[in-house]
Design a protein around this ligand. Structure first.
Ligand SMILES: Cc1cc2nc3c(=O)[nH]c(=O)nc-3n(C[C@H](O)[C@H](O)[C@H](O)COP(=O)(O)O)c2cc1C
Length: 194
């Protein structure tokens, strides 16, 4: 079993990366393989509404100038998908939104390519707006007929200090939420694969 993990933060070692690692550690302890992709400075553009994906029905985005199709292929191959994003003006980062728009449309017009996979959102935030990011990511999972995993709180980690990501570890409830999320995701994946 494999979970593909995307970090939509432009910071490679920021708060979102730390939160994602907490979840991945739990998955690894449960024997589940993870692949981590930091989208970083990849220039993933938003959907251009060409509908080539609907016309061609080849499970690919018609825009082939960036890594979207590579990312989508990894999603399709995986049993689980984790999308991690910082909160940017109460929503996902633009690159995460671009991934959602394009992977979402290609999936939908090809008969829901992501159907029955397990999805989890991981959100980091300085102060407010994280539940909206959580919703944005979960809408993507849910419209694709995926199973969304919950935790002991909504999946968000809070760090009031933007320049010191390590301090997110002081959000004990947030860290426990991500540990539980990893455990719950492993539990669900194992049940689905028995
Ligand atoms: C462009 C931009 C917009 C942001 N908007 C918000 C916001 O709406 N609410 C908030 O609490 N923090 C906001 N932040 C702070 C980040 O969400 C927060 O520091 C996050 O944990 C950073 O994650 P990272 O270290 O993985 O990049 C914003 C930061 C940037 C750069």
């Amino acid at each position: 079993m494999k979970v593909i993990v995307f970090n939509g933060s432009p910071r490679s070692d920021g708060n979102t990366a730390i939160c994602l690692n907490v979840v991945m550690d739990e998955l690894k302890s449960a024997g589940i393989e993870t692949e981590y992709i930091w989208m970083g400075m990849d220039k993933i553009q938003g959907c251009v509404s060409c509908y080539l994906c609907a016309k061609n029905k080849d499970k690919k985005c018609g825009v082939k100038t960036d890594k979207l199709n590579e990312y989508l292929e990894k999603m399709v191959e995986a049993d689980g998908i984790i999308l991690g994003s910082p909160t940017y003006f109460a929503d996902t980062t633009a690159r995460m939104k671009a991934l959602i728009e394009r992977a979402g449309l290609v999936s939908k017009v090809n008969g829901d390519l992501l159907k029955h996979k397990v999805g989890a959102a991981v959100v980091s935030v300085r102060r407010a707006g994280a539940t909206h990011v959580f919703s944005s990511i979960n809408y993507f999972f849910l419209i694709n007929q995926m199973f969304v995993v919950g935790s002991s709180y909504w999946n968000l980690g809070v760090n009031p200090n933007t320049s010191e990501p390590e301090l997110i570890k002081e959000d004990k409830e947030g860290i426990a939420t991500f540990q539980n999320l990893g455990k719950n995701m492993a539990y669900l994946l194992q049940k689905l694969n028995t």
